[in-house]
Design a binder for this molecule. Structure first.
Ligand code: CDP
Ligand code: CDP
Length: 208
């Protein structure tokens, strides 16, 4: 079963997708791809004047590194380029190949369970109340030295979720067969435990 086992994790900004994905990947010994980094890297290059499609075509592993990708400005730029069908099409094959790699993989994003790997063995949709997510992201931004306010972060999160949900191509939506995990009232370790339990319930006897 480990040959091409894929776990797809989708959900809105700061729901806990990345933290849960990293923990699951470590727990089950799977590779992990944060697909938001692909869009953030393209967005970051557009902010310096690049053409979005060319940036997507020429992405390298080095482009996915660096703390600058975590800024609010880059998050907005990412969601701007994420509405472009040609940018999404350019990034699709890399994500599919990663998903089907030998040994299995966890991918987190917005459209993993619906568009990138609709046949994924496990799909989770991780969410939380907007105020809770904004508070988490606000703390992260403050810790990284950014000057911002809770109100600004909340507005950003709400605007980005609305754009991600309403775009025509690959909108953010829970797959019909996704397990929903609401982390509003969960500590990170409780959220991770719920995710692992959901996976082990369907695959009790194997390393996914
Ligand atoms: O990947 P995504 O944007 O969905 O979220 P994340 O980067 O995993 O989590 C955003 C922040 O929320 C991190 O600082 C997590 O530690 C925190 N978090 C939390 O405090 N409680 C949870 N249940 C989930 C995440
Ligand atoms: O960390 P956070 O959840 O705030 O954002 P992210 O996962 O890094 O994604 C940044 C932006 O990239 C999102 O707001 C989406 O517009 C876009 N994205 C997407 O369209 N599809 C994905 N699979 C992942 C990210």
């Amino acid at each position: 079963a480990s040959a091409a086992f894929t776990i797809a994790i989708d959900g809105p900004a700061a729901a806990g997708k990345g933290s849960i994905s990293r923990a699951i990947a470590a727990h089950f010994d799977l590779a992990h791809l944060d697909t938001g980094l692909l869009y953030r890297a393209v967005g970051a290059q557009v902010l310096t004047g690049s053409d979005p499609l060319r940036a997507a075509q020429n992405l390298t592993a080095d482009d996915l590194q660096g703390d600058s990708l975590r800024s609010a400005e880059v998050a907005r730029a990412a969601s701007d380029v994420a509405v472009m069908p040609e940018v999404r099409a350019e990034l699709l094959e890399f994500q599919r190949r990663f998903a089907r790699r030998e040994g299995g993989a966890v991918l987190d994003g917005r459209d993993i369970g619906t568009v990138i790997v609709p046949q994924a063995e496990v799909k989770l949709f991780v969410t939380a109340a907007a105020e809770v997510r904004a508070e988490r992201r606000f703390k992260e931004l403050l810790a990284s030295g950014a000057e911002t306010t809770f109100e600004q972060v909340l507005q950003d999160v709400i605007a980005r979720d609305a754009r991600d949900s309403s775009r025509a191509t690959a909108p953010m939506v829970a797959a019909q067969d996704a397990v929903l995990i609401d982390t509003s009232d969960l500590t990170l370790s409780a959220a991770i435990a719920q995710a692992i339990a959901a996976i082990e319930k369907d695959f009790p006897n194997e390393k996914p």
